[in-house]
Design a protein around this ligand. Structure first.
Ligand SMILES: Cc1cc2nc3c(=O)[nH]c(=O)nc-3n(C[C@H](O)[C@H](O)[C@H](O)COP(=O)(O)OP(=O)(O)OC[C@H]3O[C@@H](n4cnc5c(N)ncnc54)[C@H](O)[C@@H]3O)c2cc1C
Ligand code: FES
Ligand code: FES
Length: 493
């Protein structure tokens, strides 16, 4: 059953906070600073880039025995998404006997803070890292900090502080039985509410006087029912796009439908031929899922935003958003991924390469949404390669990301599927370039043939992040990079 109308309930520092009458688009950051006067959490950019606003949000694990925490950019998250969850801010780290968390103590002793503006966000990112990776390597620490900008201290003492705190024998765990009890009290039911006639009723978490709503269904049946009744409603997943629209463009969708509580959408199924990833699954989980079998895809995802973005943003949100420079889509298209779409009780499977119909346009009908993504696993002798080119290594958007899947038969490239972002109004395959490669030995592929195919395939247009000349060069050089090791295999000398 959905929870009481117009009340958002979450746990904070041993208490249940009940929020009534807040707007459906109030951000967690604004609520913390302006209503709760918790000003430890800072606003730097309000667009997910600086990490000054990082807080941790937790939910009960599957058997209700512990809490899984994720770092989030509170500037992008809408307050009603907290319903049924626990929130930890930098203020939550002090307790009577320990005014500072061991990570804060290490930050002080390593001189890892100067003006201090970035420090609460950095501390929260490191506290999260300590929950999932108690004995981190230097790489783990720099990955954990990739979404936190510090303009004055420099990262060396911050990394040292993280290492020092994690090397000590003091517990850095946030697990607290009191929080688990509170979460059980406010846990959202996973059963739909039915009217006397057996009709599904989706109770809003927030409803305005005008009748605009924020709803948070718990089941796929509720979600698809609501979307049929309100086809104009905006689906909200990780909020990394919608939070931006709210903050920067002052967008105020009438109906917001949060999918973070829809149990069926949080599932990942591992089958022999493919993985089926629910539309609510975060990119970090997809990255972990693919790390062994598709390391290049996992690496593209490791460079996708930052941990707070990856833990919240979904693969389905990336696909549905349809940015021309979206990073997951070239990889998924090269792999031959399909999207499972749902409208009411009807489902259909669409190949991702046929999903887009124009710039930010797709085949979704009114009331239809992405239910899952099927990511094929590699068949015997199939190989997958991908690379993202951006100005900065981390927390940056692609100039171009390319991905290629192929089978090597008698030393020749066959069944080549090549896809890019950044070259077309939406990520797409490059069939003319595939034709240049098909049936060729890597050593016989000519750069000039690739250049000709690029010129014939795409409309030259300069973009904000790269000129056309640069992107065209990248498109060719990425292929040469992808096939270079094959040259070595064919002629080891
Ligand atoms: C700081 C920052 C860094 C970023 N870095 C990258 C990057 O490196 N690479 C990159 O490609 N992108 C990047 N992005 C863009 C963004 O994070 C991705 O597009 C993300 O995957 C969107 O997912 P989400 O779950 O947050 O979507 P949301 O913001 O919740 O929704 C995005 C859109 O998808 C729709 N939608 C969501 N779920 C569904 C569904 N199941 N069915 C139909 N429609 C749906 C929503 O209605 C909305 O229109 C970045 C964004 C930020 C703010
Ligand atoms: S304020 Fe910069 S990431 Fe949120
Ligand atoms: S200490 Fe000033 S921004 Fe980091």
């Amino acid at each position: 059953m959905s929870e009481v109308t117009n009340t958002v309930r979450f746990a904070l520092d041993g208490q249940i906070v009940e929020v009534k009458g807040e707007r459906r688009t109030t951000t967690v950051l604004n609520y913390l600073r302006e209503e709760l006067r918790r000003t430890g959490t800072k606003e730097g950019c309000a667009e997910g880039d600086c990490g000054a606003c990082v807080v941790l949000v937790g939910e009960l694990n599957e058997n209700d025995s512990a809490i899984d925490y994720v770092p989030v950019n509170s500037c992008l998250q809408l307050l009603p998404t907290l319903d049924g969850k626990v929130l930890k801010t930098v203020e939550s780290l002090s307790s009577g006997s320990h005014p500072q968390h061991p990570i804060q103590e290490a930050m002080v002793s390593c001189h890892a803070s100067q003006c201090g503006f970035c420090t609460p966000g950095i501390v929260m990112s490191l506290v999260h890292m300590a929950q999932v990776t108690p004995k981190p390597s230097r790489q783990d620490i720099t990955d954990a900090l990739s979404g936190n900008l510090c303009r004055c201290t420099g990262y060396k003492p911050i990394v040292e502080a993280a290492q020092k705190a994690c090397d000590s024998s003091v517990s850095l765990s946030l697990q607290d039985p009191k929080d688990i009890e509170l979460l059980k009290q406010i846990k959202r039911s996973d059963q739909p509410t039915l009217s006397l006639e057996g009709e599904i009723i989706v109770q809003p978490v927030v409803r305005t006087r005008k009748g605009n709503e924020f709803v948070s269904p718990s089941t796929l049946a509720e979600l698809s029912h609501y979307m049929l009744q309100h086809p104009e409603a905006t689906l909200l997943a990780g909020s990394s796009e919608i939070g931006l629209q709210v903050n920067k463009d002052f967008v105020r969708p009438d109906h917001l439908v949060y999918i973070g509580h829809v149990k069926e959408l949080q599932a990942v199924k591992t089958l022999t031929t493919h993985w089926q990833v629910g539309a609510g699954v975060g990119l970090q989980e997809v990255m972990n899922l693919c790390a062994k079998e598709l390391p290049d895809f996992a690496e593209v995802l490791r460079r996708f935003g930052s941990p707070p973005i990856r833990y919240t943003a979904t693969l389905a949100g990336n696909i549905a958003n349809g940015s021309p420079i979206g990073d997951s889509m070239p990889c998924l298209m090269a792999l031959g991924a399909q999207v499972g779409l749902r409208r009411g009780d009807k489902s259909r499977l669409v190949a991702l390469e046929n999903f887009y119909t124009g710039l930010k346009k797709n085949v979704l009908q009114a009331g239809e949404f992405i239910e899952f993504i099927q990511i094929p696993r590699l068949k015997a002798h199939e190989r997958f390669v991908a690379h993202k080119v951006s100005k900065r290594f981390e927390q940056d958007i692609s100039a171009t990301c390319g991905a290629m899947c192929y089978t090597l038969k008698d030393g020749k490239l066959t069944q080549v599927r090549l896809a890019y972002n950044g070259l077309t109004p939406y990520p797409a395959r490059a069939p003319k370039m595939e034709k240049v490669l098909e049936g060729q030995r890597a050593s016989d592929v000519l750069a000039s043939d690739l250049d000709r195919a690029i010129a014939e395939s795409f409309t030259a247009r300069d973009g904000l992040r790269a000129t056309w000349a640069y992107r065209a060069l990248l498109a060719r050089n990425l292929v040469l990079k992808f096939i270079h090791p094959l040259d070595m295999e064919v002629s080891p000398s």
